[in-house]
Design a protein around this ligand. Structure first.
Ligand code: ZN
Length: 398
């Protein structure tokens, strides 16, 4: 087993006092001014270079005393971030140029290199004597090389350190798994032991959420400025959403880890955003949950050096996982069992789909493009049941 060094971010909650928060917001105001100056420069002249941006910083700091009060490191980093996002926008044509950051819309975010911050007595020390207690939820694996301080939309402050850590390369394991996302069970796999059940975090807080949303609409009058009561209700609603999302994320992480730890080949359905847009609310929240879990799974799988195969979602619910023959009609969403008209194989709809995904994944890996007419090997299909003489009535239905 060899050791690999990776660069990662470790994020912690910050608890700034009134004074520290005021200092952070003032710092953000100055950095935001420079960002917007750079956006202005991009509109009036040629594409600004890092050299041009440095000149902008020197001139602006020379001209305005209030700008000189702020940390030079944070201001430099702001312009560096701007330059990076501008360069990126030129590389990826679909992305727009860096935009103006409005005071009420943009969320504060400050970057410091080692010259601009230090950690002493468990507190984060920033320039101009700002010292903020950090909630050390876990230990830092190494001395951080840079840091980002930012405010979440709910108003909480976080600090994220860039650190290097040693990771043990994941041990080789046998076994492959196919995964299908669904509504009643968030993820159904070829092995029932690895299913991710429907957690219902969003459903559990649905009543609370509805209450908060009613409160919001009661406190809102069209054409008037948002009252403080409305803002409070809005915040409560956002908090509930965030809580459910966090719970889903946490459960998804644990699930993804157990799947990745025990399988070498992981076949998942590719994402299907078009289907998502057309669907009902229940489907949407289920998709959000499976989407987060799947993203986590893919990331972890690739990091551990597993073979992750993305399978096109077409026909996965319609194909028999035993004989590979496709059903003549699409199964309705309400129909929970699959029954093959050809060989009489029957199983739960999602389990069958998971097996098809795995078989298709194995084929994509083997480099066979057309999977429709080839049969999956029988040995691969764990726990498959072949019904020798299917009831005539059941076969006739499809
Ligand atoms: Zn069949």
């Amino acid at each position: 087993m060899s050791l690999v060094i990776e660069t990662v971010r470790y994020t912690y909650r910050l608890r700034p006092g009134v004074q520290a928060e005021r200092a952070l917001l003032a710092e953000w105001g100055r950095c935001r001014f420079l960002w917007n100056e750079a956006v202005h420069m991009q509109k009036t002249s040629q594409r600004p270079t890092m050299c041009g941006l440095s000149k902008l910083l020197t001139e602006a700091r020379g001209r305005f005393a209030w700008l000189r009060e702020g940390s030079q490191v944070a201001q430099q980093q702001t312009l560096r971030n701007y330059s990076q996002s501008l360069n990126h926008s030129f590389k990826v044509k679909a992305r727009g140029r860096p935009k103006f950051k409005a005071r009420k819309k943009a969320f504060p975010s400050l970057d410091y290199t080692t010259r601009g911050f230090s950690i002493r007595d468990g507190r984060l020390r920033l320039p101009a004597g700002v010292s903020i207690p950090v909630v050390w939820s876990r230990e830092l694996p190494s001395d951080p090389s840079s840091v980002r301080v930012y405010q979440h939309s709910l108003g909480y402050w976080y600090v994220s350190f860039v650190v290097r850590r040693e990771v043990e390369e994941a041990s080789e394991v046998e076994g492959s798994i196919g995964i299908d996302g669904g509504v009643t069970t968030t993820a159904t796999t070829t092995n029932p032991a690895y299913d991710l059940p429907y957690l219902g975090h969003r459903k559990r807080c649905a009543a609370e959420l509805a209450k908060a949303q009613r409160k919001m609409s009661r406190r809102h009058r069209k054409g008037t400025a948002a009252s403080s009561g409305y803002k409070r209700a809005k915040r409560a609603t956002a908090k509930l959403h965030q809580k459910a999302a966090n719970q889903n994320k946490h459960a998804g992480r644990i699930w993804a880890k157990s799947v990745v730890d025990n399988h070498q080949v992981i076949a998942v359905e590719d994402f299907k955003p078009v289907f998502l847009a057309k669907s009902t609310m229940a489907r949407k929240s289920a998709d959000a949950a499976i989407g987060a879990a799947k993203a986590e799974l893919i990331e972890r799988g690739l990091r551990a050096g597993r073979t992750v195969v993305l399978v096109p979602p077409a026909f996965t619910t319609m194909t028999c996982s035993l004989c590979g023959v496709r059903a003549k009609q699409r199964l309705g969403l309400g129909e929970r069992t699959f029954l093959c008209w050809n060989c009489g194989f029957t199983d739960s709809r999602d389990r069958n789909a998971a097996r098809v995904i795995l078989a298709t994944g194995e084929r994509i890996r083997a480099g066979v493009d057309d999977v429709r007419h080839s049969l999956p090997p029988l040995g691969d299909v764990a726990g498959a049941v072949r019904v020798r003489n299917p009831p005539a009535s059941a076969v006739g239905k499809r």
